[in-house]
Design a binder for this molecule. Sequence first.
Ligand code: SAM
Length: 259
Amino acid sequence: MVKAEIVAKKRFGQNFLKDEVVLEKIIKSIPNDNTPICEIGAGLGDLTRKLLELSRVIAFEIDRELFEILSREFAKEIGEKRLEIILCDVLDLWRENLHEKPYRLVANLPYYVATNIILKALKDSNCKELVVMIQKEVALKFCAKRGDRNFCALSVLVESAGEAEMLFDVPPSSFEPEPKVFSSVIRVRKRAELESSEDFERFLRVAFASPRKKLSKSLSQRYSKERISELFLELGIDDRSRAHEIPTILYHQIYNSLR
Ligand code: SAM
């Protein structure tokens, strides 16, 4: 079998999911409502094959060798137009929308670009839901709620676009080759978005730059102290608050007033 000869390429973050139980758990977390599925990084096609039982799939793969194997293995599904495989670096190809119709993003994401891919998907108005596997440490950040130790700029960005939840953890032994870290599958349900521009992202980086410092102190790196004090008073924010104690909606209000 060709698959056995494949050597995983580290530079593309290739850790193939080989655990049938985990594959089934991912599939069970996806509503069977016929929404087209975009899969980023089809790899050897194990998840792709299961996704095809749910809906039409548009798969993106950066590795030409894998793309050729997938094209042969799934020739029938491609012929029937149930599957489209696109050879590309998905971040190069992705402009405003990854797909022209509403879609669900389902993927075992390559760690090295997982955060960027999620941030792109949050901004893509056609992406209605994400069910993605990422490094557990990053998953905890995306899913953190206000007051949690992990609440950070990523948590604010995800809450601005929808609601994130941790579904389950996946141990390194479920992959080939085994990664050094645990993974988690998370779900993000999108809803009406609060605008998150690149400038808002930059503002959040300033706000969360020193989590132990008071937020007012971090913000004074970029804005006038007087203006911040005035604004905190107006918005009823305690001047001693740390960045992780402020809710998402207030971040938008602070940003909109300061910009
Ligand atoms: N879906 C497969 C599975 O679950 O076993 C493979 C997952 S593996 C963690 C990540 C996959 O994403 C690899 O097949 C890799 O080649 C592909 N990939 C990495 N970077 C990519 C990029 N920028 N655009 C598209 N695919 C990418």
